[in-house]
Design a protein around this ligand. Structure first.
Ligand SMILES: [Zn+2]
Length: 355
């Protein structure tokens, strides 16, 4: 378990977290301008769980960083006035009724220059107000669990950000398409969830790029330039690479450690307990984990009951995939070989029926 400190992030990250809308139940009322904020950073990691074989990939095991609880050094420097909060009509697709948790605010993130988010490692950008949370789910898409997470979010008219694993997306593209169709934001989380800090730079970049291409291909359209390192193990070199690619990195403010839990109640207690301490934050959970998928309906009810507000992240621009990795993914998907002859010239019926 290695620690990496220091960060890197492009010094001159031109980040803009734009508040693109406030929503009161769900229906998004688009608004203009935005606010900005800034902070600094730090780092550290956790454990990883292995390779992705037939069964998945579990997630991190973070070590709690004291930095997590750091109050915000945030200096809000809004160049424009904050948007007024306003109520909105319930959206037509919201099943939750007037008491649903809903999305209270939508922020647009400009990932030019590769900004990092999540106080556990990156402290430069503190864009959440007290009581605000961002829900994030890693390691999907996965049958059963991801659909259950989607159902829970839909019932409360809540939008989240997903960081799917490339291989899982390739195996279950139909589930990823549902995540996308339901209006959630989708980033990526490498091709096979290896610990990138233990890989050579070229292998690590390939893991990142294959993940992006696989997830994009599975969704069938360009997605958000949002990336999360497996086990949150970033390196300065890879942060610099992501900066060149204009991809934003998401660590977390509040790691639920749900991957260590077997009971849904533990997941709820973990999130609510940490939230009580921090007061706000980007919450890391796993749609891949069954206890989390079972816990989510009650967790969302408790968030609402305790006055927390959900902020939805959106990307200003879509991620640009690299053609060579798209080609590699396409090839892998069709099982294509180097041979390009048509099947008819390779396989010929020589006995049996004739016509
Ligand atoms: Zn993960």
């Amino acid at each position: 378990m290695r620690r990496i400190t220091g960060l890197a992030a492009a010094g001159a990250v031109a980040l803009t977290v734009a508040v693109v809308g406030y929503v009161a139940g769900r229906a998004l009322r688009d608004q203009g301008p935005a606010a900005e904020a800034t902070r600094a950073e730090a780092a550290e990691p956790d454990t990883v769980t292995g390779s992705i074989a037939s069964r998945p990939i579990a997630s991190p095991a973070n070590s709690q960083s004291p930095a997590t609880a750091v109050p915000s050094l945030a200096l809000a420097a809004p160049s424009r006035p904050p948007l007024p909060r306003q109520s909105a009509e319930p959206g037509p697709t919201c099943a939750g009724g007037p008491d649903a948790l809903g999305v209270s605010r939508v922020v647009e993130i400009d990932t030019a220059g590769g900004p990092g988010f999540g106080f556990e490692h990156f402290k430069a950008h503190d864009f959440l107000e007290a009581g605000e949370v961002v829900l994030t789910f890693d390691d999907g898409p996965w049958p059963g669990n991801t659909p259950a997470v989607l159902a829970a979010l839909a019932a409360q008219c809540v939008k989240a950000t997903f960081f799917p694993i490339g291989k899982h997306a390739t195996w279950h593209p139909e589930i990823l398409k549902r995540v996308d169709a339901q209006g959630h934001t989708i980033g990526s989380h490498t091709w096979s969830h290896v610990d990138l800090s233990k890989k050579s730079p070229s292998d690590a970049k390939e893991e990142i790029e294959k993940g992006i291409s696989a997830v994009t291909m599975a969704a069938g359209r360009p997605l958000a330039p949002f990336f999360r390192f497996p086990a949150l193990r970033h390196t300065p070199e890879l942060m610099a690479y992501l900066a060149e690619r204009n991809i934003g990195t998401f660590s977390t403010d509040l790691d639920s450690f749900d991957f260590k839990m077997k009971k849904p109640e533990q997941v709820i207690a973990s999130v609510m307990g940490r939230l009580k301490k921090l007061g706000k934050g980007i919450i890391l959970m796993h749609d891949f984990q069954q206890p989390t998928s079972i816990a989510l309906p009650e967790l969302l009810i408790q968030l609402k009951a305790n006055g927390y507000k959900v902020v939805q992240l959106k990307a200003k621009n879509a991620v640009a995939t690299l053609p060579q990795y798209d080609a590699a993914m396409a090839k892998a998907q069709t099982g294509q070989t180097v041979d390009a002859r048509p099947t008819g010239s390779i396989v010929r019926t020589i006995s049996g029926y004739s016509n």
